[in-house]
Design a protein. Structure first.
Length: 199
């Protein structure tokens, strides 16, 4: 009986060691070896958009809550016309978002956001072409899955509305904006993304 207990304790110790290593060593290793330049170069053929950011930090809490922080996230069209900018982005998710291609959104917070909404002379929004061109194959996967589970919070939102012809431009400033998981899911489903599963 004593030997049996010792084996159980050894197994539990190994599991706890792996667990501790995963939540402490893996995030720092992932952050240190994440190639931002390689990622941003792949985002253009994958999404049809230029995506850049200055820094990424990944932390995994003891309860497996995974926190991904980005600084100075900027998104622009291939002609370098600005689309979106956020000073900081904090995504609370699960480890599966790092290991697999299933991105569960437990909570997303964006600070100091500027969004440019462009309507083309045809009357279409320039962003409308984004879902049909999305191709994640450059990241060695045929499809990705997005699972909205929590709210999205935006603090310090500045929106610019641009109509190309006849040209007009107006701005709107919002101190805060909040979108529920249901709103996010409904919006993403309405875009009919190519190669993206919304759950």
């Amino acid at each position: 009986m004593s030997n049996y207990k010792n084996v159980i304790l050894i197994i539990i110790s190994i599991i706890l060691f792996i667990y501790a290593g995963f939540i402490s060593i893996f995030p720092s290793f992932y952050t240190k070896h994440f190639n931002i330049n390689d990622f941003t170069q792949k985002m253009l053929p994958a999404s049809g958009l230029n995506v850049t950011f200055n820094d990424i930090d990944v932390k995994i809490k003891p309860n497996f809550k995974t926190i991904i922080n980005l600084k100075e996230l900027q998104v622009s069209y291939p002609d370098n016309q600005p689309l979106f900018r956020a000073r900081t982005v904090e995504l609370i998710t699960t480890p599966s978002s790092i290991i697999s291609k299933k991105f569960k959104i437990e909570k997303l917070t964006l600070n100091n956001v500027k969004y440019e909404d462009l309507v083309l002379p045809s009357g279409e929004n320039k962003l409308a072409f984004f879902p049909s061109t999305f191709d994640p194959s450059v990241f060695k996967t045929k499809k990705i899955t997005i699972i909205p589970k929590g709210n999205i919070y935006i603090k310090g939102l500045n929106i610019g509305y641009t109509v190309a012809e006849p040209y007009s431009y107006k701005k709107e400033d919002l101190r805060e904006a909040e979108y529920s998981a249901y709103q996010v899911k409904t919006f993403l489903e309405s875009l009919n993304f190519k190669n993206v599963i919304i759950k």
